[in-house]
Design a protein. Structure first.
Length: 225
């Protein structure tokens, strides 16, 4: 990595840390993920566990993406200062891209690391779950940022409402979702296609690689995404 890019990245990271490190939200995400995964790890097979872990991780990541993190990814708070520095535009773009990638990695890892550590399986399966989760969060972030940019700030109240509903939905999902563990276990062992209500959910696409009947294309999908 060029020295100029490292310097710009360090400046962005210091500016982010000056606003207060998000330790409490990250610990909350990790704790909730560990709780859910600990409850279902002995009840579900590999595919069912991966589906639950990825769905919960996506919901947790979407909360900050609809709030402060989404705003940071859309509008660079340090843009005026950074552009005043005597550096090439490509270095500015590289530093901002790396900064965004690190923020997403931090947010996603909070829920994915407990899920991967609690997963029954070998190291390769755990690494695959972590990688699939990162790919899912990256795709989710790209879609949400594009949607928010298209709205051009005209729907901030809608984003706040969606964020609130998502928080409530995560809490309700912890309770109601656990009642569906038996049904999910039956789906895992069934030869029938998945119901459309599940098959069309993005977490099901990324979890498909863990299904025992998954073909090569589905196994490579999370990494191709």
């Amino acid at each position: 990595m060029p020295r100029r890019v490292r310097a710009l990245l360090a400046a962005r990271w210091k500016a982010e840390a000056a606003g207060g490190a998000p330790i409490a939200p990250l610990l909350t995400h990790a704790g909730m993920s560990a709780l859910l995964c600990g409850l279902v790890r002995d009840e579900l097979g590999t595919w069912g566990y991966a589906l639950c872990a990825l769905a919960f991780s996506a919901a947790l990541a979407a909360i900050p993406l609809l709030g402060d993190l989404g705003a940071v990814l859309r509008r660079d708070p340090a843009q005026a200062w950074v552009e005043a520095q005597p550096v090439a535009r490509r270095d500015l773009a590289a530093a901002r891209a790396l900064h965004a990638a690190l923020l997403l990695l931090l947010i996603a890892s909070a829920s994915l690391l407990p899920a991967a550590l609690l997963m029954h399986g070998d190291l390769a399966q755990r690494a695959a779950l972590f990688g699939a989760g990162l790919a899912q969060v990256a795709c989710l972030a790209a879609l949400l940022v594009l949607a928010q940019s298209a709205l051009a700030g005209r729907a901030e109240s809608l984003l706040v409402a969606l964020q609130t509903l998502l928080v409530v939905g995560v809490l309700i999902g912890l309770v109601v979702g656990l009642r569906q563990v038996a049904a999910l276990r039956e789906l895992s062992s069934s030869a029938e296609p998945l119901p459309a209500s599940i098959a069309w959910l993005p977490p099901a696409w990324f979890a498909a690689a863990f299904h025992e009947r998954a073909g090569l294309a589905w196994r490579l999908f999370p990494f191709a995404a």
